[in-house]
Design a protein around this ligand. Structure first.
Ligand code: NAD
Length: 309
């Protein structure tokens, strides 16, 4: 069993770390927010006073942090503050499960290599439900030996594990996947409202579309009409299963990667404009499927009551 350090015990990190405890590992964890850390402690994670303390004696360190800048600061360090790569022992394996931009992932690989640390970019798909169920899809990028070790380690948290390729390949896969997700979300929002406007029964339309060529993951999971799909946020006033803020972050990283590659990701840009508008209107913490709001010209959204919070 390995000595594991876990930094970032939030909605994803805490249940993921709990699965490693369940698999018999010793997990030393840290989160800047003590309320988040408490959940992990109740699942058997030993709480440490800072990130360095969680990493120092570990064979393997995981991070699950909000944005690129957090991963950079925690792993590489800044302003004279040491990062995980400065304190962890040489030869240790470090996995960043956060969704970060390609440049950040590249910087982490370079910094780790310079210090004799093995690093694997390890973003996940499957959301908070997948983190609790231990059914996440892991997308691993790094050198062959490090990724095959990482693939074995993440098993207790995973439904699927893909060794995608070399450094940054995991992050690249995650960003391309989420670009498709958010474009498909836009498509199912428009299809749902058009079907309704043409007088179709929403359940009948949903049932036939999921076995027809309009099928997609957001159609099956986030269908933005109340009373059709149990998992849809439309049944619960668009309370978040995936916040608009998180969607905007992921999509901004995908669009930046597209720009750098000289691509015209026009559908992605439209989805981005709509997430930005939701955030401007104060709905950053609502579910990203609330983009359906902008399909109806009257702004009226079935299942959404803005005054209900
Ligand atoms: P979260 O905000 O719930 O958790 C992040 C945690 O990191 C917070 O508890 C925060 O206090 C902590 N943190 C911030 N800075 C820190 C620091 N310097 N040291 C220690 N802890 C620090 O976010 P989340 O939903 O758990 O997402 C985590 C990562 O996983 C993100 O990169 C996200 O994009 C990715 N992700 C999330 C989902 C999802 O559905 N929530 C799905 C796939 C991937």
């Amino acid at each position: 069993m390995a000595a594991i350090g876990w930094i970032g015990l939030g909605h994803m990190g805490s249940p993921m770390a709990a699965h490693l405890v369940g698999a018999g590992h010793d997990v030393a964890g840290f989160d800047v927010d003590p309320r988040m850390a408490e959940h992990a402690a109740s699942a058997g994670v030993r709480l440490m006073t800072d990130a360095a303390a969680a990493a120092r004696d570990a064979d393997v360190v995981f991070t699950s942090l909000p944005r690129s800048e957090h991963s950079r600061r925690v792993l590489i360090g800044d302003d004279g503050h040491p990062g995980v790569f400065d304190v962890v022992r040489r030869g240790a394996l470090v996995l960043d499960t956060s969704t970060v931009d390609v440049e950040t992932s590249r910087a982490c690989h370079d910094a780790a290599e310079a210090r004799g640390i093995r690093f694997v970019d390890s973003p996940v798909s499957g959301g908070i439900a997948g983190a609790h169920a231990g059914t996440l899809t892991f997308m691993l990028g790094g050198d062959e030996q490090a990724t095959s070790e990482a693939a074995a380690l993440v098993q207790p948290m995973a439904g699927h594990v893909f060794v995608v390729g070399g450094p940054t390949a995991g992050v690249a896969a995650k960003l391309a996947n989420n670009l498709m997700l958010f474009i498909s979300l836009q498509a199912s929002s428009e299809g749902a409202r058009l079907a309704e406007a043409l007088g179709l029964d929403p359940q009948v339309f949903h049932d036939l579309a999921t076995v027809s060529s309009g099928d997609s993951w957001p159609l099956r999971t986030w269908y933005p009409v109340p009373g059709v799909v149990e998992t849809s946020p439309a049944n619960r006033n668009f309370d978040a299963t995936f916040t608009t803020r998180l969607a905007e972050k992921d999509l901004s990283y995908a669009l930046a990667a597209g720009d750098a590659a000289g691509l015209d990701l026009a559908a992605g840009r439209l989805a981005m404009e709509r997430f930005a508008r939701l955030i401007d209107e104060g709905y950053g913490d609502k579910d990203c499927s609330l983009v359906v709001k902008y399909v109806g010209r009257d702004g009226c959204t079935p299942g959404f009551d803005p005054s209900a919070g």
